[in-house]
Design a protein around this ligand. Structure first.
Ligand SMILES: N[C@@H](CCC(=O)N[C@@H](CS)C(=O)NCC(=O)O)C(=O)O
Length: 219
């Protein structure tokens, strides 16, 4: 791409980077992909820590600038490629709700689900950024009941993030299989591009597991 918008995605299969890969594919924009085998610890090697000192994926490189955190990357990419029509630009009345639900994902849903999966006691409501798990799920469910997408009739980058994540989280019983939530996740994950990315991603994850097992057996 000659207009300076080509990005590089640092990606490992079966991770949050899969959501970012899905977004790039849905947007149909050109990108480079740098694949890491996190099962073999490649994300903890100095070469990658120089890019993301957190050792986490996804990370995005654009013209020498590093962007990390899946939510920030999703907003950044949707803004960078407005022609893909998954952005909600500044000035649009839905920009506020778009940012709200993007932030809600990172600051409410994820920590609530992590605490649940670790069976950690929720801190007192006032000291917990997400309040409590049941409230997070209730607020999310009420929003999705309005449907069909997070912001109503219009599909945006928020739906790629939320839809792909909710399909895993419901499968792992970290989010309840309420009708509006499962219907929404299915609406997103049955999109042909999402289905294709998932199949390729799962095949690569299996290859990585095999390679990591062979490496540790040889040590
Ligand atoms: N806050 C980060 C979380 C990223 C994250 O936890 N990624 C996991 C994969 S889903 C990872 O890289 N794990 C490898 C490790 O920590 O060693 C985001 O939102 O992107």
């Amino acid at each position: 791409m000659s207009d300076g918008r080509k990005v590089t995605l640092y990606y490992a299969p079966r991770t949050r980077a899969t959501g970012t890969l899905t977004l790039l594919e849905e947007m149909g924009v050109p990108y480079d992909r740098h694949v890491l085998n996190i099962r073999a610890g490649e994300n903890r090697q100095p070469a990658y820590l120089a890019i993301n000192p957190m050792g986490k994926v996804p990370a995005l490189m654009h013209q020498g600038q590093v962007i990390t955190e899946q939510v920030a990357i999703s907003i950044y990419l949707s803004d960078l490629f407005p022609d893909a029509k998954l952005a909600v630009p500044a000035g649009d009345l839905l920009r506020g709700p778009f940012l709200r639900w993007m932030a809600f994902y990172g600051t409410c849903l994820e920590p609530a689900c992590t605490d649940k999966s670790m069976k950690r006691e929720t801190p007192p409501r006032a000291q917990s950024g997400y309040g409590d798990y049941d409230t997070v799920i209730g607020v999310l469910n009420a929003q999705l009941e309005k449907g069909p997408y997070m912001l109503g009739e219009r599909m945006t980058a928020a739906d790629i993030l939320w839809g792909t994540a909710l399909s895993w989280l419901t499968m792992w019983d970290l989010v309840p299989k309420l009708p509006a939530i499962t219907a929404y996740a299915e609406r997103i994950t049955t999109r042909p591009i999402v289905t294709r990315v998932r199949a390729e991603d799962s095949a690569l994850a299996a290859e990585h597991e095999k390679a990591a097992a062979a490496k540790s057996a040889a040590q």
